[in-house]
Ligand binder design. Structure first.
Ligand SMILES: [Zn+2]
Length: 306
């Protein structure tokens, strides 16, 4: 083949390959409800906080900067019902923590400013909570399940297996073995939702959608909310503890990810996906479960974000 012709053929082949590989990338734009946005809002119920260092929350953080790791439950209000995303710390957490948390973790996990979600909701006469959706089953997210005996607790079957078999410090058996907890397992439908290959549309209108966030635990999920204002929020559980981790595509610090991430490599792939979503969706609120900087900016129950 003449050299010039070879160059043309090689160039065309390269262009086709790069177009094909671009087409294989999932679209990072988050879908929106097709009709007018329903009256969806959320509020952050702060149930406690753990003082720590920036450098202990994401690889790239500062050792000199003190930060708070919040423990929260998110109350979501939709015209068809309310639910909690995670439960935060509960009325029995002190006893459970003292009895079953390993001694070597206690200094790192010690919390303060304790204020269970149930007490905060009851003080304002809120109706009973009938559903709690878990981002994942770690102890600090399930700690208040026994405070809501009326609620079904939603998680995938894989995550329920994990909750029933994992050991402290990931899961405290005393928190999850109570016979009164009404576990409800669900499966994500194998249908695409933007960049995610599976999802579960909680109300059937596209305003509150669970999506898989692989790695941190076997069945970690996130929640995409489209608020009444049209603004979107993505709750990412503990894929990253700080939004800085997503912005800089940085994992948790080395020791932390070895201890807390079920699959550290898959978790980092999810962080990279979240970064692509952050870049492609200007105005999107990315809300890690423990990032007090993000939570402080949005305010706390009874203040709602609409
Ligand atoms: Zn957590």
């Amino acid at each position: 083949m003449p050299k010039a012709l070879f160059s043309i053929v090689a160039g065309v082949a390269l262009a086709v390959c790069s177009i094909l590989s671009m087409a294989a990338q999932p679209d990072p734009i988050l879908p929106r409800p097709s009709g007018p946005a329903p009256a969806v809002k959320f509020t952050i119920i702060k149930t406690g906080e753990t003082p720590t260092r920036d450098a202990l929350t994401w690889a790239g953080g500062s050792w000199s900067q003190k930060v708070m790791a919040n423990h929260v439950a998110i109350l979501v209000s939709h015209p068809s019902g309310r639910f909690l995303l995670d439960s935060g710390l509960g009325t029995q957490t002190g006893r459970h923590f003292d009895d079953q948390m390993p001694w070597w973790v206690k200094p790192l996990m010690r919390y303060q400013g304790f204020s269970p979600a149930r007490a905060q909701l009851d003080a304002r006469g809120e109706p009973a909570i009938s559903r709690i959706v878990l981002t994942h089953g770690h102890w600090d997210h399930v700690a208040a399940l026994h405070d809501f005996p009326e609620a079904e607790v939603w998680l995938t079957a894989g995550e329920l297996d994990f909750v029933r078999t994992a050991k402290p410090p990931a899961v405290l058996p005393v928190q999850v073995n109570a016979p009164g907890i009404r576990w409800h397992t669900y499966a994500l439908a194998p249908r695409r939702f933007g960049p995610f290959e599976q999802h579960l549309d909680l109300f059937g209108d596209g305003s509150a959608v669970l999506v898989p966030l692989f790695g941190h635990t076997p069945g970690s999920v996130g929640l995409v909310l489209t608020l009444s204002s049209g603004r979107q929020a993505l709750f990412i559980g503990d894929v990253a503890w700080r939004v800085d981790g997503v912005t800089h595509q940085a994992p948790k610090p080395f020791i932390s990810r070895r201890v807390v991430d079920h699959d550290a490599e898959a978790t980092h792939d999810t962080v990279k996906l979240l970064h692509a979503i952050q870049q492609a969706n200007p105005g999107l609120l990315i809300i890690p479960a423990h990032d007090a900087v993000v939570h402080d900016a949005l305010g706390y129950y009874p203040r709602w974000v609409e």
